[in-house]
Design a protein. Structure first.
Length: 180
């Protein structure tokens, strides 16, 4: 019997990330363990460790992919504040566990620094294009407001019937100076 060919590391990483996302969406992040990922993929735990240093590395990779995805979603729409805000909130609602990995689970990343990972800078730049100013403060406030809305909506703490009214109000508040 000839030895099995070595698997492509990028393919393995993609499989692990896909399985982690599926597990998280189905059962939450506590269900995402190296043991459970190995079982889902029909491999041993060392196979998972050959692709990722551990559970945190898997979660971080899911979060970075999420930042790439939200950046793409923002860049795919008109750069107007209203369109970018809607795209952001739609992403958060469509991918609640990925969004949780991006913002609520621990990571070692700094936001808004020169050493922030590229996907974070790209997502922020997409918001900054909609809320331009000299130093990025408007984009930071927009991101904070959108994050608050996304988080509270996901937790069922805001009335679903008023989602559009909240978005309209945040839009008016963030663009008020432009209309004066």
């Amino acid at each position: 019997m000839s030895p099995r060919p070595a698997p492509d590391l990028e393919q393995r990483r993609a499989q692990v990330l896909r399985a982690a996302r599926e597990l998280a969406e189905a059962d939450g992040w506590p269900a995402v363990t190296v043991r459970r990922l190995a079982g889902e993929l029909g491999v041993t735990q060392p196979v998972i460790y050959s692709a990722f240093a551990g559970r945190q590395a898997v979660i971080d990779a899911v979060a970075l992919a999420g930042f790439d995805e939200v950046a793409a979603a923002l860049e795919a729409v008109d750069p107007s504040p209203r369109a970018r805000m809607r795209a952001y909130l739609d992403f958060a609602a469509a991918h609640p566990r990925v969004y949780e990995a991006m913002f609520s689970l621990p990571s070692g990343w700094a936001f808004a620094t020169d050493d922030s990972p590229e996907p974070l800078r790209r997502a922020f730049s997409a918001l900054q294009a909609a809320f331009p100013d000299a130093d990025g403060t408007r984009a930071e406030v927009a991101w904070a407001a959108l994050h608050g809305l996304a988080t509270l909506q996901a937790g069922g703490r805001l009335r679903a019937s008023h989602a559009q009214a909240r978005l309209d109000l945040v839009h008016r508040m963030l663009t008020q100076e432009e209309t004066r």
